[in-house]
Design a binder for this molecule. Structure first.
Ligand SMILES: Nc1ncnc2c1ncn2[C@@H]1O[C@H](COP(=O)(O)OP(=O)(O)OP(=O)(O)O)[C@@H](O)[C@H]1O
Ligand SMILES: [Mg+2]
Length: 379
């Protein structure tokens, strides 16, 4: 369309109707209408392939096409062209249907004067332009959404990879720390404790010698003995805390029992360890992680639960091993705030590190039950 020039493809098999339409248009408007007139749909389609038009006016009853088929084929041939269909008096409904489906307007032949036809043509052109602009905007939006989604997927993937890397590093840190603690514990036990024991022996000998000749100095050796004894016990406790498990398969059972015993105080909660059948775990790394899980769960029960009873349980179940620590305290409070401690996440990490799962849930009778399940137990 150049200025007021409108190029029309007129598809009409009645020559007189075509002439009438042409005349009424020229009379009704100052615009210059350029017509290409064809009387078969196939001719119209051929023209559309080779020429550009501003609008098509199409009779629906043609020698080679009738009714809805006409406007559908026309639309398929020119998806972006404004179309106004011309219907007879008795098939106005078809015009309404055509507008609902795809064309921009319809005119009932013989009922519209030149001005109405011009208005309809202009309206069809504008409507199609708006539709096209809307379609372009929608496509652009869809494209952006697709890009954005792709970006998000990419970012998500990177984030997951980063999280997996961190998870792996944290797991490595846990097992390295565990090994290092074990080594320091052993060094304390086999090095410092032995040295202190040696010093006690020499001090005792010296005390014996001095007792008859210099009883005052002998009393000093008694004081030294008391200090050395405390030092040995302290070092042993430290060594035990760093390396609580004996290296044999029964180490975990003994350590869990000792953990429960140590928690037993006059005013504190009653802490028991229940191991109905022996559970031997010869992989020291696995046993250590299970022990640390139990230790953290017991510490949490003491610190946060206000429990009267804490029960540690180690069982064989469904071919695997289940370790649980349950208390009868206040249960987990749902504050919505992100927990600041490390204990719960470390327990989960330790469980995953040894191929197990960790479940923390409020127990039926109040309190918390922490359960670590290992799928395959050793023989
Ligand atoms: N047995 C429990 N009973 C009630 N609340 C608990 C229990 N265990 C954990 N919680 C709640 O979960 C929170 C997180 O526990 P977590 O062990 O991760 O951290 P923490 O014990 O506060 O600190 P950390 O373990 O790092 O010393 C606790 O602050 C507490 O509110
Ligand atoms: Mg904790």
């Amino acid at each position: 369309m150049h200025g007021d020039d409108i190029k029309i493809l007129l598809v009409e098999d009645s020559a007189s109707d075509a002439d009438l339409l042409r005349e009424s248009l020229q009379q009704a408007s100052k615009a210059r209408f350029e017509f290409v007139h064809v009387d078969h749909l196939n001719d119209a389609i051929t023209r559309l392939r080779n020429q550009k038009f501003d609008v098509a006016l199409a009779d629906l009853s043609l020698p080679d096409s009738k009714g809805a088929d006409t406007y559908r084929r026309l639309r398929a041939a020119a998806p972006h062209l404004p179309i106004v269909v011309l219907t007879g008096n008795d098939d106005e409904n078809l015009g309404v249907e055509a507008v609902r489906e795809t064309v921009q307007d319809y005119l009932v032949k013989g009922h519209a004067d030149g001005r109405q036809i011009v208005r309809s043509i202009r309206y069809a052109i504008e409507r199609k332009q708006t539709e096209e602009a809307l379609r372009a905007a929608r496509e652009e939006l869809e494209l952006r959404v697709r890009w954005r989604t792709a970006d998000l997927h990419k970012a998500n993937k990177l984030l997951r990879a980063e999280m997996a890397k961190r998870e792996k590093l944290q797991a490595q840190l846990l097992s390295t720390t565990e090994r290092e603690q074990k080594r320091i514990g052993e060094d304390l036990h086999d090095g410092l404790c032995q040295l202190l024991t040696g010093a006690r022996f020499h001090n005792a000998m010296l005390g014996q010698q001095l007792r008859t000749t210099q009883p005052d100095c002998a009393r000093e050796t008694d004081a030294i003995e008391t200090l050395l004894k405390d030092a040995v016990e302290n070092a042993r406790d430290l060594s035990y805390g760093l390396n609580p498990l004996a290296p044999d398969a029964r180490g975990l059972m003994t350590a869990l029992q000792q953990l429960a015993d140590r928690m037993q105080t006059a005013n504190g909660p009653r802490c028991t360890c229940n191991i109905p059948q022996p559970v031997g775990i010869s992989d020291h790394a696995v046993a250590s992680q299970l022990y640390r899980i139990a230790q953290e769960a017991v510490q949490n029960a003491l610190k946060h639960a206000g429990a009267k009873k804490i029960t540690i349980e180690l069982k064989r179940r469904n071919g695997g091993v289940t370790l649980s620590v349950a208390d009868d305290g206040v249960g987990m409070k749902r504050t919505g705030a992100r927990p600041r401690g490390m204990g719960l996440s470390n327990m989960s990490r330790r469980a995953r590190l040894i191929g197990g799962t960790l479940e923390i849930k409020n127990a039926d009778g109040g309190g918390i039950a922490v359960t670590c399940r290992l799928p395959v137990a050793e023989k």
